[in-house]
Design a protein around this ligand. Structure first.
Ligand code: 9WN
Length: 497
């Protein structure tokens, strides 16, 4: 498929506007995930945000991660939301009631579940940037790694122990929100077995911020999410109690692959900086975590489809769904033949090369799958951060050409500078929230186009992109549907206890 590449002017505008979005969403020590729909700090969003900010300011990027760590629980868990100030977001701290948990942090309100461990991947990129810049940035970044090494290790160890007590090599998640892909068909079969019990009534706030409710999970799905939240509260956020009593216990391949990749990177940084040494030190622990979860991910692959599978740990059933999480082995590596097979599958006609796609970038679900829905959240739309992850993984496995293909197509998708939460894969329409921080952040990262040896300036990127004729560009723009936006709202401010 031929993709119309952005012009030099469009690239300049994109960089400026992405920086503006991150600045506007900056609340001092942290960045909100989006201005209205997600007015708090989200865990995996913060990782992407930090690596995007690092292209502009290493100190501010490090602060983002420092701020996230202020919410770390005594168990090592990094919670999925840090609530710094009141807002209309639901479910807020009053619903999470984390005061029942002994391990909660002091001084900041948080949710009681976690999200994919992307943070050390971000940190290693920030360190990479800082070393290129040298001087004070390099010193700051290296000092930050020394200072926080044990916190990241505690986070990874939490996932490797409390969330994999039987050493399956798959991280157990207790809520679809922990996968980062809330209503993905990955969880349909499991959710179908959940019977929602008695719980306090609720009013959703999210629907006020999107143009069309079909872009978000349904009310029935939301009730299930809140029911699982109640079960976590009843278990006092004790993982072992929840495991025995909760309705949703899944081995998540994507989380596991990210844990493996992040653990390797943490060990690399530890070795480079001479920290976490010794036989029982952090470097060795990190390598062991990486090995275990890489093995778990590779073992989950369905030999027929070539995709990794989640495991329903309550029933022992593999969950065969054509979602982007199936490419988990690309992220953690470990089997070169499988990496090549997954590269071809990802770029081929069931995925990025599917004939109906407006942009050849990673869809959340294969358009060829019966589960595919064009505009519903994690059921088909394209999430730029997923495309970034796959490009990052391909690059890391030495598949530079394929990585660059995803990067250039990803940049073309973002050329309207809406920086939407996700994109309608067939029409290219922007969906969900606009000015989403992580989308702006990965645009900056893609524009910075880090190469192993040298970071290229944006000027270089424009010369790499083929020019397009005015006629072709006009046809592309005309083919796009008109954009719709959500109504403006002035929400009531609930009190944070
Ligand atoms: C629930 C913030 C988050 C992302 C998730 C995405 C969505 C929240 C929601 O927004 O989840 O955590 O309210 O729908 O699914 O991946 O981190 O951007």
């Amino acid at each position: 498929m031929t993709v119309a590449q952005p012009s030099a002017v469009e690239i300049g505008l994109m960089a400026g506007r992405a920086g503006y979005v991150l600045r506007a969403n900056d609340r001092g020590a942290f960045t909100v995930a989006s201005p209205t729909l997600y007015p708090h700090m989200w865990s995996w969003d913060a990782g992407f945000v930090a690596l995007g900010i690092a292209t502009v300011s290493v100190p501010r990027a490090l602060n983002e991660l420092r701020s996230l760590l202020s919410g770390q629980w005594a168990t090592g868990m990094i919670p999925h939301i840090l609530f710094h100030s009141p807002s209309d977001y639901f479910p807020g701290p009053e619903r999470w009631r984390t005061q029942v948990a002994a391990a909660r942090p002091a001084g900041v309100l948080t949710s009681g579940i976690c999200q994919p461990p992307i943070h050390v991947i971000a940190l290693s990129r920030i360190l990479h940037d800082a070393r290129r810049k040298g001087g004070a940035d390099q010193e700051l970044a290296e000092e930050f790694v020394r200072e926080t090494f044990d916190s990241w290790l505690a986070w990874h160890s939490y996932l490797a122990t409390a969330r994999d007590p039987y050493s399956y090599g798959l991280v157990e998640i207790h809520h679809g929100w922990e996968s980062g892909m809330d209503d993905s068909p990955r969880w349909d079969a499991a959710y179908a077995n959940v019977r929602v019990g008695d719980m306090p009534p609720f009013v959703r706030a999210d629907l006020a911020h999107v143009a069309d409710p079909s872009q978000r999970p349904t009310d029935a799905e939301y009730a299930t999410y809140l029911w699982l939240l109640e079960q976590k509260v009843h278990a006092r956020y004790d993982d072992a109690v929840y495991r025995a009593t909760g309705d949703f216990v899944m081995g998540d391949v994507l989380v596991s692959a990210l844990l493996a990749a992040a653990s390797d990177l943490l060990a690399d940084m530890g070795e480079e900086l001479g920290i976490g040494g010794g036989a029982s030190g952090g470097v060795e622990q990190s390598r062991a975590i990486a090995r275990r979860f890489r093995t778990g991910v590779l073992r989950s692959v369905n030999p027929e489809t070539g995709l990794a599978r989640d495991l329903d740990l309550r029933t022992g059933t593999w969950l065969d769904v054509e979602s982007a999480a199936g490419f988990a082995p690309l992220l953690c590596g470990g089997d070169d033949a499988l990496t090549r097979r997954q590269r071809d599958l990802l770029l081929g006609p069931r995925w990025c090369g599917h004939s109906r796609l407006r942009w050849p970038v990673v869809p959340s679900v294969s358009p060829a799958s019966p589960a595919f829905r064009e505009q519903t959240y994690w059921r088909g739309p394209q999430w730029p951060v997923l495309n970034w992850l796959m490009a990052w993984a391909l690059n890391r496995s030495g598949e530079q050409e394929a990585a660059n293909q995803l990067r250039l197509a990803g940049l073309s998708q973002l050329v309207d500078c809406d920086f939407a939460e996700y994109y309608q894969p067939v029409t290219g329409e922007t969906l969900g929230s606009r000015d989403q921080s992580w989308t702006a952040a990965i645009a900056l990262d893609f524009l910075a186009a880090r190469r192993p040896a040298q970071r290229r300036p944006v000027r270089w990127l424009t010369s790499e992109l083929p020019r397009i004729t005015p006629t072709q560009r006009a046809a592309d723009l005309a083919a796009r549907p008109p954009r719709t936006r959500g109504p403006a709202t002035t929400p009531e401010m609930p009190r944070i206890p």
